[in-house]
Write a protein that binds this ligand. Structure first.
Ligand code: ADP
Length: 258
């Protein structure tokens, strides 16, 4: 049997808000095989982004074990964690996070400056990546001159600069119309085919069609499909539909001041 690429056991993240403890992750156990495409679904506030941030080494767990590519993230110091983020992970966000004053090409080349890659190589690599996401003809365009879908493709190209094994995407189609969203899914499917491990947080049910695994979160815990359906369904004209309503927060003090 193949070794998992990601191993998570009894992972917990608790945020303290004054006297209130919010259990964003309340004991998550999960194994993700290499070269898989995992979709994480869950109502707002169920802990999806928290899980993704911990996986990418952007934040640290309160307790539990989290291993990516054989590295136990809880044992890494800040420098080692920064190296892990740079070498192993490519992040894609809902809001693209592009630098508005830079062209598509410059946005992609920018992270390479910090890796002290010479200018000529930066150009070459940016061109390669632009081609990979089908944007060669938009190299000199700034974000405001690109559609949402094109901006997200630039952001994906930028995430690929260091050839990461793991791609983490937080609602990558959340700001896009249906057809731009579909083209982003195609890019993610291609990345998966080329051997990367993909983990996507999404509300977009279409993503489950290209995924190899689906993880459902409720109140900071992984639940099975039946439990998830029951908790997120609501009655509309006699039928039931999935809803994106948070079925209550897992907090020590229910009446938390907001
Ligand atoms: P999701 O991505 O599923 O919407 P999150 O992981 O963002 O959920 O949040 C899970 C819970 O943790 C929510 O109740 C949220 O309010 C809380 N939370 C997330 N980040 C923080 C933070 N930095 N400080 C305090 N509470 C937080």
């Amino acid at each position: 049997m193949t070794e998992p690429f990601i191993r998570i056991s009894d992972l917990r993240k608790t945020y303290k808000m004054g006297r209130v403890a919010v259990h964003a992750l309340a004991g998550v156990d999960l194994e993700i095989p290499p070269n898989s495409f995992t979709v994480i679904m869950g109502p707002s506030g169920s802990g999806k982004s928290t899980l993704l941030h911990l996986l990418g080494g952007l934040d640290r767990p309160t307790s539990g074990h989290l291993e990516v590519g054989g590295q136990a993230l809880e044992s890494l110091d800040e420098n080692a964690l920064a190296v892990f983020r740079r070498r192993t992970v490519g992040f894609i966000f809902q809001s693209f996070n592009l630098i508005q004053t830079m062209s598509a090409m410059e946005n992609i080349a920018f992270p390479m400056r910090f890796a002290r890659i010479p200018r000529a190589s930066r150009r070459l690599r940016s061109n390669e990546l632009l081609e990979k996401v089908g944007l060669t003809d938009r190299a000199t365009h700034r974000p405001t001159e690109l559609s949402g879908g094109q901006q997200q493709r630039v952001a994906i190209a930028r995430a690929l600069v260091n050839d990461p094994q793991l791609i983490l995407a937080d609602e990558p189609t959340g700001n896009l119309d249906t057809s731009s969203g579909a083209s982003i899914m195609q890019v993610l499917a291609d990345l998966h085919r080329s051997g990367r491990t993909i983990v996507v947080v999404t509300h977009d049910i279409r993503m489950t069609q290209i995924a190899t695994d689906t993880v459902r979160l409720l109140d900071g815990r992984i639940v099975d499909e039946a439990t998830y359906r029951e908790a997120t369904a609501f009655a509309v004209g006699g039928s039931t539909q999935d809803a994106d309503a948070a079925p209550g927060q897992s907090a020590d003090v229910a009446s938390a001041p907001s």
